[in-house]
Write a protein that binds this ligand. Structure first.
Ligand SMILES: Nc1ncnc2c1ncn2[C@@H]1O[C@H](COP(=O)(O)OP(=O)(O)O)[C@@H](O)[C@H]1O
Ligand SMILES: [Mg+2]
Length: 172
């Protein structure tokens, strides 16, 4: 007997409370990556995101960061006017990826991507995937869209900080 598969829930950050769950509206310092893109430069954007996510200590989560960056930036190309800008930075335990465009905006930004479309429907899964991997905040209107994804860094990842003073046997 196999248990029925149910999709993983929408990712929420660990802290209780809707406001605390959402990625910060402003980033604390300068982003480590601030790159404009269009349809012809998504490959360059993915390469830059991969390199910076690794340098920020994302570990295995770097794959998720690149996938999310690609889905959000290709949405800006396809639905959001054709060009956009990506910012990447980190806080204590998350990589933050923000994509901004100047397109026409989308209806139901807060809920878009909550439900998996039926198999007969072509497309429409990008935001669903992003919401499985990250806490997402959508700010959208007639002059553009900004989507911020907060991707958790696995606790075992090497954040590039100072080497521990002792090895696992307690020796220096
Ligand atoms: N940046 C954006 N600007 C305007 N509309 C968007 C944007 N991103 C997503 N959308 C809307 O949300 C829908 C769902 O996006 P997504 O899940 O990535 O599916 P897909 O790109 O395959 O249509 C899109 O079809 C589009 O209508
Ligand atoms: Mg898409």
């Amino acid at each position: 007997m196999h248990a029925a598969w149910t999709p993983p829930p929408r990712r929420q950050e660990g802290v209780a409370g809707a406001a605390a769950d959402m990625p910060q509206a402003r980033h604390p310092g300068p982003p480590v990556l601030d790159q404009a893109f269009d349809a012809g430069s998504l490959f360059r954007l993915r390469a830059a995101v991969a390199a910076h996510a690794a340098a920020l200590g994302a570990g295995e989560a770097a794959y998720d960061v690149v996938l999310i960056a690609h889905e959000l930036s290709s949405n800006a190309v396809r639905h959001g006017g054709g060009t956009g800008r990506l910012h990447l930075w980190s806080d204590a335990d998350r990589i933050m990826c923000r994509v901004t465009d100047s397109g026409p905006g989308l209806a139901d930004g807060a809920g878009r991507g909550d439900d998996l479309p039926s198999p007969q429907v072509p497309g429409g899964r990008g935001l669903w995937i992003v919401r499985r991997l990250a806490a997402v905040r959508v700010v959208t209107g007639a002059s553009g869209t900004t989507i911020t994804a907060a991707i958790p860094i696995p606790s075992g990842a090497n954040r590039g900080g100072p080497a521990p003073a002792h090895d696992r046997n307690g020796r220096n």
